[in-house]
Ligand binder design. Structure first.
Ligand code: G16
Length: 543
């Protein structure tokens, strides 16, 4: 039987704590400089195996990635049995274990075992994946050591996208009912669904089956290639930033969204459709340049509304009653929210940043579409939705309703319901554009975004920030919200908020207004107040 003294000895001998800095299990697990993470990865290997034991041996996932962060960073997040994010009640235990001194480690570990009444004799297994960072293989070894120290079994998937690992975990725990737990199984499931839907759509006049994809020099490139090869004749996917350059450097979804311009080194040709993944391929944004050389970004808000409008139409055609809702965060463009309420007429909820919050809220709908503006998102189909769709497929007497129900049932297989997935989301968007026979510019016309700006401010201690109202109101530092309100009043359609990042050592500022100049001025004014009232360090942000 695994014994905690051995676990502790290995920890002290092979993976001692080498930093004193406190790290939190934040928006997306632990993130920091890769050199500070070895002991944390070992400990998360142990914790994942304990969580597996607490779930009667169900497989838990450990993904080694810092996603959109710079190459020098790395991180880790845990994945629960159905491919969802780690249950929030375990996050504080993850934080305690990660920050315990070497000599306190065993005590914290015993507390976890006691709190959750973990049977150390129970079997455990952990699926491990990593992105392409140079530091990832070393950290992978630390996770494996952690899992093995409690006699756990490891499924090592090597370099894999974050959403693919979420998918694998769900497949393993559903005994392959969700799909086969291999890259081949993932590609088969998605490509088969796409081809099935497309073959019933007939010829198209406007839709162009060609997309150029910036993979941020990350793991998405290799994994996108696996599936792109299967669409040879019907959809041409050109892969750029496949690893020849530095990860996430002046490319990728985060760069494109924040800077509102294409990645460096890719000339955006007029009318051509482009997309950018982030470093671990769980976000996607689309863009194009028009005839006046103006750059147009189609972010997570535009993806969510496109998906919702397609699903609403399809549900109607099936003659079904399904409660569909959209979940956004404070970063959602004000005009996207207005479009959802006024045009699509579906319920919309706003929650805190972080996929885990959106996912949880989306579960409240029969069909929940959730997207962060930064391109993170997916669609959740509840059991009740699935059974209504299924019975419409089998028992509807109306042929056209039956056909639509079949399309909806097939569409479900195109979706990675465990978490936002750049590859799956890209295929979903292509499928819907083809269904509507739209070009990327037609899609863009659905509504016009309010001009917006994102900035970051460095402060001495971002933990002094406290927010409420789904991060739209800042409570601390005192006086900052009043300053924001005063600035906002001066700008037409003005809106702004400030929140501490959960993945980087910065505070984020968002502002929107009627013109780009006004959005920029508002963002700069709020950044200055934040800097002054919250102990800003370094230079004030500029545009
Ligand atoms: C992660 C989270 C996202 C979040 C993003 C930024 O993304 O998974 O939900 O929007 O960080 O978070 P923050 O503003 O707190 O730094 P990724 O793609 O880096 O995993």
């Amino acid at each position: 039987m695994a014994n905690l003294t051995t676990v502790t000895r290995i920890s002290q001998e092979k993976h001692p704590r080498n930093i004193s800095k406190h790290l939190n299990y934040g928006t997306a697990g632990f993130r920091s400089r890769a050199t500070e993470l070895d002991h944390i990865l070992y400990r998360m290997g142990v914790l994942a195996a304990l969580r597996s034991k607490s779930k009667d041996g169900d497989t838990i996932g450990v993904m080694i990635t810092a996603s959109h962060n710079p190459e020098e960073d790395n991180g880790v997040k845990l994945i629960d049995p159905l491919g969802e994010m780690l249950e929030s009640s375990w996050e504080k235990h993850a934080t305690c274990l990660a920050n315990a001194g070497d000599e306190e480690f065993q005590v914290v570990l015993s507390e976890i075992v006691e709190t959750f009444k973990i049977d150390m004799n129970c079997k455990s297994s952990v699926a491990i994946g990593m992105d392409t960072r140079a530091s990832s293989p070393g950290l992978n070894t630390a996770v494996v050591d952690g899992v093995k120290s409690v006699d756990g079994l490891c499924f090592d998937y090597g370099t894999i996208t974050t959403p693919q690992l979420h998918y694998m975990v769900r497949c393993i725990n559903t005994r392959n009912a969700y799909g086969m737990a291999t890259i081949e199984g993932y590609c088969n499931k998605l490509s088969k669904a796409l081809k099935n839907i497309w073959q019933n759509q007939g010829e198209r006049k406007v839709y162009k089956p060609h997309i150029i994809v910036d993979c941020a020099n990350g793991v998405g490139a290799k994994r996108l290639k696996d599936i792109a090869e299967r669409f040879d004749k019907i959809l041409s996917i050109e892969i750029r930033n496949a690893g020849e350059g530095k990860l996430n450097y002046r490319c990728g979804a985060d760069y494109v969204k924040v800077n509102q311009r294409g990645p460096e080194g890719i000339d955006c040709i007029e009318g051509q459709k482009y997309a950018s993944f982030d470093g671990d391929a769980d976000r996607i944004v689309f863009y194009y340049t028009d005839k006046d050389n103006i750059f147009h970004l189609l972010d997570g808000d535009k993806v969510a509304t496109l998906i919702a409008s397609y699903l609403i139409g399809l549900i109607r055609k099936c003659g079904l009653e399904l409660n569909l809702g959209i979940v956004q965060t404070a970063y959602a463009n004000g005009n996207s929210t207005a479009y959802i309420q006024d045009e699509l007429k579906v319920p919309v909820a706003c929650v805190c940043t972080g996929v885990k919050h959106l996912h949880r809220k989306a579960l409240e709908f029969e069909i929940g579409v959730y997207f962060e503006a930064n391109g993170h998102g997916t669609i959740l189909f509840s059991d009740s939705a699935l059974s209504k769709i299924e019975s419409s497929c089998s028992s509807s007497s109306n042929e056209s309703e039956k056909l639509s129900a079949n399309e909806l049932r097939t569409f479900v297989d195109l979706v990675n319901q465990t978490v936002g997935d750049s590859i799956s989301d890209m295929l979903i968007v292509e499928t819907i554009l083809r269904d509507k026979d739209w070009d990327v510019a037609d899609w863009d016309k659905s509504y016009r975004n309010l001009a917006n700006r994102l900035l970051v401010v460095k402060v001495n201690d971002r933990s002094v920030f406290e927010t409420t109202n789904a991060e739209r109101t800042v409570i601390k530092p005192t006086g900052l919200q009043k300053a924001i309100d005063d600035h906002v009043k001066l700008f037409p359609n003005g809106r702004s908020f400030v929140r501490p990042s959960g993945t980087e050592d910065v505070v984020r500022i968002y502002a929107e207004s009627d013109t780009q100049e006004n959005a920029d001025q508002l963002a700069l004014a709020v950044a200055k107040s934040t800097y002054d009232l919250a102990g800003g360090t370094g230079n004030l942000p500029t545009l």
